[in-house]
Design a protein around this ligand. Structure first.
Ligand SMILES: [Zn+2]
Length: 310
């Protein structure tokens, strides 16, 4: 690692804390899906200790049966007893069905139902729901680092259209990018006060511990929140997150093996705290060296049983 990269890593660590520092949505996490998804080819040597865990979890199309359990950490764990979020709800629709990632701890499903209802009260017609977790959680083939224990969900900034979306619209429709091209602020052409209301509504849900948004969005929230900043500490700036926001809920009380994240500092995070994000090195970070993929040895032992079960 060169000195500049090391400094950047330290700065990121200081600015965000170790737990969030691993979350990287540098790449748009909502590429088009597929209308005819091909099943993945079988692995040559699935029992080799070097097999990336993501290859194993991606090949499990159904949940592990039994009581719901979120096991391990948001970045290194798995999920038993997952519940699916229905693809069309009273005030939400699931996008990118080919990814089969509309699974979560039942507490997450309940949160989304509740959030959709509350968002409706502040003028949001319905939610477009992106990735939750795979049927058994665990690491994913695409760039997501968290979303492993059924307690994370991505919500698009695009309002839900007033009809039931076709399969094609769900796979190929694109999410609205609400950040201006220079990344210094939101795009006034698409950003509206209802976006503030939407994020505030999510942040005020007691189950929610953290929300990740692009720094330009955090800046807009600080400016437009009004007098009440009490909810803003949960909304943290991060790379990407210009088309969707990432919502994380707390470890449920009935998941004793769930590893909680440190809570964000109880400050609104506005003003100079955002300066770091608007430096050239943060707006256009150098590519980071890919880390070796997680193997089953890097996950709690229960995850091996969960991913190996038929
Ligand atoms: Zn996410």
């Amino acid at each position: 690692m060169c000195a500049a990269a090391r400094l950047l890593a330290i700065l990121i660590f200081v600015a965000t804390g170790p737990a969030v520092a691993q979350e990287k949505h540098l790449i748009d996490p909502t590429p088009p899906g597929s209308l005819n998804p091909e099943p993945l080819p079988p692995l040559q040597n699935p029992d080799a200790p070097s097999t990336p865990a993501k290859e194993l979890f991606a090949r499990k199309p159904t949940p592990f049966p039994g009581l719901p359990r979120s096991i391990g950490g948001y970045f290194d764990g798995c999920l038993a007893g997952a519940a699916p979020l229905p693809i069309t709800g009273s005030a939400w629709q699931v996008m990118r069905l080919s990814r089969n990632r509309n699974w979560g701890n039942p507490q997450l499903v309940r949160f989304i139902e509740r959030f959709a209802e509350n968002a409706n009260k502040v003028g949001w017609n319905g939610l477009l729901v992106g990735d939750m977790s795979q049927p058994r959680g665990g690491p994913m083939l695409s760039d997501h680092k968290s979303h492993q224990i059924g307690l994370d969900v991505d919500i698009w900034f695009t309002p839900m259209p007033d009809h039931v979306l076709s399969r094609e619209e769900r796979e190929l429709g694109s999410a609205t990018d609400v950040v201006a091209p220079d990344q210094l602020d939101v795009d006034p052409e698409v950003w509206a006060h209802r976006h503030v209301e939407l994020i505030r509504t999510a942040a005020q849900d007691p189950a929610v511990i953290r929300i990740l948004v692009n720094a330009a969005i955090k800046k807009a929230l600080c400016r437009e929140a009004g007098a009440d900043h009490t909810w803003l500490f949960k909304v943290r700036p991060w790379y990407g997150h210009a088309e969707h926001f990432h919502v994380q809920i707390a470890c449920p009380a009935d998941s004793p093996e769930c590893k909680p994240q440190p809570a964000p500092r109880p400050r609104d995070g506005c003003g100079h705290e955002l300066d770091f994000w608007f430096k050239e090195s943060s707006l256009h970070p150098p590519p980071s060296k890919p880390k070796p993929p997680l193997t089953l040895a890097g996950l709690p032992p229960a995850c091996k049983q969960i991913v190996k079960a038929p």
